[in-house]
Design a binder for this molecule. Structure first.
Ligand code: FE2
Ligand code: FE2
Length: 143
């Protein structure tokens, strides 16, 4: 379970985004750490919660990328779409089979998310931070 813990290594420097990442991590950890068969309804409710958290999170990132005209936004949004589709499939499978949520599949999703934060999210966060910094300088210079 240690590999599922949130650590400050994953911070991208945008507080609202960091908070959402942590909430997603906590939700995944709670599903993976929970019982498999006997508490199926709880796990299913948590997967639905996870889908809601992801939807909110991706919407926030995508709107910030558009606001700042981030040049790699198309690729980034496609990564979100693919991940969202995978988690939807996972939720549907578990609801259809009535066999609980696959912890193995969620571990794979968790690993994907960690890599996404450490590469793609860091990249747009750095771009946003530079844009804000340069924008601030430009305004000062224009005085
Ligand atoms: Fe993210
Ligand atoms: Fe992202």
């Amino acid at each position: 379970m240690k590999d599922l813990e949130w650590t400050n290594e994953y911070l991208v420097g945008i507080p609202a985004v960091d908070l959402q990442h942590k909430q997603v991590f906590d939700c995944m950890k709670s599903i993976i750490g929970g019982p498999t068969d006997d508490d199926r309804l709880r796990a299913e409710a948590e997967v639905i919660k996870l889908l809601g958290l992801l939807q909110q999170h991706f919407a926030l990132e995508e709107s910030m990328m558009r606001t700042f005209s981030y040049p790699n936004s198309e690729k980034h949004i496609e990564e979100h779409r693919q991940f969202n589709a995978d988690v939807h499939d996972l939720a549907q499978q578990s609801l259809r089979k009535k066999a609980g949520v696959s912890h193995e599949a969620l571990r794979i999703a968790h690993k994907w998310l960690t890599e996404h934060i450490m590469t793609s999210d860091r990249d747009y966060a750095a771009f946003l931070s530079n844009s804000m910094h340069n924008g601030g300088n430009m305004k000062q210079g224009a005085k």
